[in-house]
Ligand binder design. Structure first.
Ligand SMILES: Cc1cc(NC(=O)CCC(=O)c2ccc(F)c(C(F)(F)F)c2)ccc1-c1nn(C(C)C)c2ncnc(N)c12
Length: 278
């Protein structure tokens, strides 16, 4: 699939369409199978009139170029795409394990081993993206999927796909944005380091650290870095140290991706091959 997906021109006739996986602002996504190789993929249908209506042609082209160029075990593959008169079809890696979000909602919070394994996977994926000069900027549980072995995959929905089970967060939540993003200031790669701190907190406590009843209150809590840790036995002091070293207002002072991977909490808890014993 990898070699073919780059050169040949695909068309809808090459695929057998399966069950719908979810629907989004621009169209639906289906389980599908490439007819010859029987290779399973997720096929996302985007309606051209929606893209034209929001004048997203260039942004979509840029996203497609970025996503087809990324090759990393923790970044969901975009194998290729094709279009007909009114639709654009994206041929995506199928994440058999579904949404990490679902796992977090079901269990309330993750164990330190699960949380550390996911943070280490995300850190590896972000180090790769940053090497390719790609800042993700939109990492949140919504965009995190799991493969059949429970390995994390960063997916970039562009515009979030609302899967079947309704999400609890409104789209456009501020919870995951760094201070310089919510202030609309110039931002750099370190915004992703901040978001790793947000996600680590949410994996361990079940809610993001600056959650509030209104966006205005969330905004105020982010700008103040109003970070508090509920007292609970299942979160170690080392985990709190890592979160505190990432949720730093001055982006230059946030722990680097390299030092996250050397952090005692990650070394002690992350499973090196990214799965972790269930
Ligand atoms: C549906 C789905 C899509 C994606 N990726 C994208 O769609 C990229 C699209 C994009 O970048 C884009 C689109 C419009 C647009 F206007 C722009 C712009 F212009 F703004 F930049 C950008 C990744 C994974 C899934 C996915 N979803 N699910 C279920 C949870 C439903 C899955 N379950 C299993 N496996 C899966 N792969 C999935």
């Amino acid at each position: 699939m990898a070699s073919e997906s780059v050169k040949r021109d695909w068309s809808i006739r090459d695929f057998e369409i399966g069950k719908p996986l979810g629907k989004g602002k621009f169209g639906r996504v289906y389980l599908a199978r490439e007819a010859k190789s029987k290779y399973i993929v997720a096929l996302k249908v985007i309606f051209k009139e929606q893209i034209e209506k929001y004048r997203l042609q260039h942004q979509l082209k840029r996203e497609m170029a970025i996503q087809t160029s990324l090759r990393h075990p923790h970044v969901l593959r975009l194998y290729g795409w094709f279009h007909d008169a009114e639709r654009i079809f994206l041929i995506l890696e199928y994440a058999h394990g579904g949404e990490l979000y679902g796992e977090l909602r079901r269990s309330g919070h993750l164990s330190e081993k699960q949380a550390a394994t996911y943070i280490a996977s995300l850190t590896h994926a972000l180090a790769y993206c940053h090497e390719k000069h790609v800042i993700h900027r939109d990492i949140k549980p919504e965009n995190l999927l799991l493969d059949h072995e429970g390995r994390l995959k960063i997916a970039d929905f562009g515009w979030s796909v609302q899967s079947k089970n309704k999400r609890h967060t409104m789209c456009g939540t501020l919870d995951y944005l760094a201070p310089e993003m919510v202030e609309n200031k110039a931002h750099d790669y370190a915004v992703d380091n901040w978001t790793l701190g947000i996600l680590c907190y949410e994996f361990l406590y079940g809610v993001p650290p600056f959650e509030a009843d209104s966006q205005a209150d969330t905004f105020r809590r982010i700008m103040k870095v109003d970070l508090t840790f509920p007292s609970t036995p299942h979160v170690s002091a080392e985990a709190k140290v890592l979160i505190t070293q990432l949720l730093v207002k001055d982006s230059a002072k946030r722990l680097s991706l390299e030092n996250i991977l050397k952090h005692p909490w990650i070394i002690m808890n992350a499973d090196p091959n990214g799965t972790f014993p269930k």
